[in-house]
Design a protein around this ligand. Structure first.
Ligand code: GLN
Length: 514
């Protein structure tokens, strides 16, 4: 059965993933595609609706992203957001130009509540704006359904053709009634049923996996993180004994983590996953010796992972399928969905060597956002403490050690991180901070200890608050907590003489250091 889908056509906006998330919150499945996607492909997908995102360009300039006008003739409802709205007007004969007054931030918007889009929205509502250009004239056959003090056309629509354009960003939470507006589009205009729910996702996935796998053997890469744990349990429900889970201790895990994972998923734990632990620490350290470039490090770790799995697979006979816990943001950030630049390659995606020794890779979570993976985990009966675990990157501490990785450095960052996490928990902050960890900078500096000069490393502490990990702010940790952490790290961790706190948000920083 084909799933009801809404498509987001990405014009390079910052919030493309948020648009898709909000649509999914309406229980409607949604995928992101680049604006370069061929119209024939879109027709073949036969979506219930199409949303055009914002973008940095001006649609009236020659080289700006554009789309075939045919898109508006398919009989499929289209909603343009910001750049998408401007482009729709521009292509259909309206006028878009530099705005005399640009709007940025929260703006009061007057909306026409007779519009299907603004049903049950307050007549005056706060919306988030971010534009330099504006629609000075809506296209012919469009009526204006919203305006602000400085923006004559904040929304326009052609009801007969199901075309809607809005200048503001309903996907951003600062737009107070944004979710309602998107839901109005998806449910009322597109007529979606909203049957994308986790229980059916889990059920459908199990069925699909069974069909695909048949009597084949499956090997799963288990890291103990949320994604791979959910993937593993999903697979074990689907194919039971045919599944073997391999946990590679690559020597880049947090302190004691290897043993903790073994406790939960190993033979004495509560799951039956045919769990095998491989202690491959030395191999990884050897491969990583003297490598400083972050992307190289990620690739090496990813590749070595696959090699270790191949070897394990050979030991257990032929293996037909390899499972990976890739999730949707990995796919998008790796530049495979949508138009956003390649920010970093995820070791789950795109980092695979060309000659993998398996018939096929299964990525059962490839379509899910993080919060959806958690929901699926709960649906599968995985305990909450596991489902709500702190995110930990696949390449592990390898990318929390800036520059080259050595066993000594791994130990430094493990110890510092353990102290940091312990003190955050002691202060009762472990539930309120989104994500926090220690990293080892590649910087050495002069200090004094016991009247002697030291020349040692600096640890960086990171803590961020974030709703969706797409944007984040540095957390305001009380000074006394930071002070305690600092003095413990400097005292207890050898070769560290300085502790720094990272105040950078995302953007412009990323949450991880490499
Ligand atoms: N670049 C366009 C403008 O400045 C659209 C901006 C946007 O999509 N956020 O108006």
């Amino acid at each position: 059965m084909k799933r009801e889908t809404v498509i987001v056509l990405d014009f390079g906006g910052q919030y493309n993933q948020l648009v898709a998330r909000r649509v999914r919150e309406c229980n409607v499945y949604c995928e992101i595609y680049s604006y370069k996607t061929d119209i024939e492909k879109i027709k073949a997908m036969n979506p219930k609706g199409i949303i055009l995102t914002g973008g940095p360009n001006s649609c009236f300039e020659t080289d700006s992203p554009t789309y075939s006008k045919e898109l508006f003739e398919l009989g499929i409802p289209v909603l343009g957001l910001c750049y998408g709205a401007q482009l729709m007007m521009h292509l259909l004969g309206g006028k878009v130009e530099k705005a005399p007054i640009r709007e940025y931030g929260k703006i009061e918007v007057q909306v026409d509540t007779n519009s299907a889009l603004f049903k049950n929205v307050s007549p005056t509502t706060i919306c988030w704006m971010s534009h330099n250009d504006y629609i000075s004239n809506a296209a012919l056959d469009f009526s204006t359904t919203a305006h602000t003090a400085d923006c004559p056309v904040a929304a326009a629509e052609n009801v007969n053709k199901n075309l809607y354009a809005i200048q503001f960003h309903p996907e951003v939470l600062h737009t107070v009634e944004g979710t309602k507006i998107l839901s109005n589009f998806v449910m009322n205009v597109c007529g979606c049923a909203g049957d994308w729910i986790m229980s059916s996702f889990v059920e459908d996935s199990i069925k699909a996996i069974r069909e695909k796998v048949g009597s084949g053997k499956v090997l799963c890469a288990l890291s103990g993180g949320v994604d791979s744990s959910v993937a593993a349990v999903l697979l074990s429900k689907a194919v039971g004994e045919q599944l073997t889970c391999v946990f590679v201790d690559h020597g880049l895990l947090r302190k004691n983590e290897g043993d903790e994972v073994e406790e939960v998923f190993g033979p004495n734990g509560s799951y039956d996953l045919n769990f095998i632990r491989v202690n491959a620490q030395e191999r990884f350290y050897e491969k990583l010796a003297a490598i400083e470039e972050p992307e190289r490090k990620r690739k090496i770790i990813g590749e070595e992972f696959i090699r270790v799995f191949e070897e394990e697979a050979k030991k257990i006979g032929t293996v037909d399928f390899l499972v990976q816990g890739t999730i949707y943001p990995d796919v998008v950030e790796s530049g495979l969905g949508g138009e956003s630049a390649v920010i970093k390659s995820h070791h789950n995606v795109g980092g695979l060597p060309d000659f993998v020794d398996f018939k096929e890779i299964i990525e059962p979570l490839r379509d899910l956002f993080k919060d959806e993976v958690r929901k699926a985990g709960l649906e599968l009966g995985i305990p909450e403490n596991l489902v709500f675990r702190q995110p930990f990157p696949g390449p592990g501490l390898g990318i929390r050690i800036i520059g080259d990785v050595t066993a000594e450095k791994v130990e430094m960052v493990q110890e510092a991180d353990a102290i940091y996490r312990e003190e955050i928990a002691n202060a009762g902050l472990d539930r309120s901070i989104g994500q926090y960890f220690a990293a080892l900078t590649n910087m050495r500096s002069v200090g004094v200890m016991g009247d002697e000069r030291t020349y040692d490393y600096a640890i960086a502490l990171r803590a961020v608050n974030t709703v969706d990990f797409m944007t984040a702010e540095a957390a305001q940790i009380p000074w006394d907590v930071l002070g305690k952490v600092t003095s413990r790290i400097v005292n207890e961790v050898k070769h560290v003489n300085r502790v720094l706190y990272d105040c950078t948000g995302k953007p412009p920083g990323t949450i991880e250091f490499e």
